[in-house]
Design a protein around this ligand. Structure first.
Ligand SMILES: Nc1ncnc2c1ncn2[C@@H]1O[C@H](COP(=O)(O)OP(=O)(O)O)[C@@H](O)[C@H]1O
Ligand SMILES: [Mg+2]
Length: 365
């Protein structure tokens, strides 16, 4: 929901002329004004529409304002709906109390001062808008945390499979060979088996290393973002066959704050994982541009492109990967954008006001 998505304000009065007056007074709030000529009509509207605030006359012929408030409050959905009573007669404290007991929220007396009416109505309208925004955000959060949990499960499953099918198999083979060696007499055959077993153990060590490095690349802390990216891109090309390139501007790229380097690395990792999983691209290009007061990262592929709603980052069309990239960008005060490049997709992250953590630079050559 955007910052000012209109909310509904229900005005209830048996006199059409008064409704018109309120309408004129409230026009500049730029909300949806809904009119009802009786309590009954108001109830019908309430049942069909999401109303932020009800503005009602205390004295109406069929059902008076207090009665109407009582009926409204009985409905669970409207227990918190804000009600502003307008009263032509002087309200005693007892009357006010009666109103509050029914959950009324505010009073305004006649003659109605337009500024006062607008101020009261806009406070409730704003509250309602905030409540709706919060509801939307909560829904989104719940959806994401469910997806996060299943993404975590999926990652564990992948990790378990890699351990079992890769390292587990290699170690099992090495063990069989070692056990066999116990029975073997000394000689060339035994030496060969030792050599093979040693190679198998080497492969297992290599796998452990690359798995652990993918989980947290040590180069990131030591050599910085550029070294880690170069290592990751090379590995990606080896694993997937997708040609990758890294373009740094300026070529002598400065070291950045550690949190920023880590976030940038994870964003590239996620974006390239998507390139591999979804794009059918042959090439992917990572560009990092350091401007005077900002940092621009882009990951471009020449694959099949993304759906428009995904590029717009609409909830429901993006998964944990894109939401995660967006969150990382937001945490750094930046913004994530996705574009369909026809052909291909570009993921861009713009981080304003980047403060380099150290003055040292590293050379790309
Ligand atoms: N580079 C890309 N090329 C084509 N489609 C993409 C690309 N990146 C993302 N997508 C689309 O966006 C969707 C959401 O991505 P993401 O949030 O990472 O979740 P997931 O990868 O788990 O599906 C993907 O399912 C895919 O359809
Ligand atoms: Mg993904």
């Amino acid at each position: 929901m955007s910052q000012h998505e209109k909310v509904n304000i229900l005005m209830v009065d048996d006199q059409p002329s008064k409704l018109l007056t309120y309408e004129v007074m409230l026009a500049e709030l730029n909300e949806n004004l809904v009119k009802a000529n009786s309590g009954r009509e108001a109830l019908e509207i309430l049942l069909k529409t999401d109303v932020a605030v009800v503005l009602m006359d205390v004295s109406m012929p069929e059902i008076d304002g207090f009665e109407l408030a009582g009926i409204i409050r009985q409905h669970p959905r409207f227990q918190k709906t804000a009600i502003i009573f307008i009263s032509a007669v002087h309200l005693t404290d007892l009357d006010r109390l009666k109103g509050y007991q029914r959950g009324a929220v505010d009073y305004i007396s006649v003659p109605v001062v337009p500024e006062l009416l607008r101020a009261k109505v806009s406070v409730f309208a704003e509250l309602h808008r905030k409540a709706l925004q919060l509801e939307t955000l909560n829904r989104e959060l719940r959806r994401l945390s469910t997806r996060l949990m299943s993404a975590q499960d999926e990652e564990r499953r992948r990790f378990a499979r890699d351990l079992h099918d890769g390292i587990g198999q290699e170690l099992a083979a090495a063990k069989i060979m070692l056990d066999g060696m116990l029975q073997q007499p000394r000689g060339a055959a035994k030496e060969r088996t030792i050599g093979e077993a040693s190679e198998i153990v080497d492969r297992a060590i290599q796998q452990v290393r690359s798995m652990s490095h993918l989980m947290h690349p040590p180069l990131l802390d030591e050599g910085g973002l550029f070294s880690a990216l170069r290592w990751f891109l090379e590995g990606m090309t080896d694993r997937t066959g997708i040609q990758t390139s890294l373009d740094l501007q300026p070529p002598e790229f400065p070291r950045l704050a550690p949190a920023l380097e880590r976030a940038m690395f994870r964003i590239v990792q996620e974006a390239l994982t998507n390139v591999f999983r979804h794009s059918q691209a042959k090439t992917a290009c990572v560009t990092l541009v350091q401007k005077e007061n900002s940092l621009l990262l882009s990951v471009r592929d020449d694959g099949k492109g993304v759906a428009e709603e995904t590029a717009q980052l609409r909830p429901g069309s993006i998964g944990v990967g894109i939401s995660g990239m967006r969150e990382r960008a937001r945490e750094l005060g930046g913004e994530l954008r996705m574009k369909n490049d026809n052909p291909g997709t570009t993921v861009e992250v713009l981080i304003p006001a980047v403060i380099a953590s150290a003055q040292e630079t590293f050379v790309t050559a």
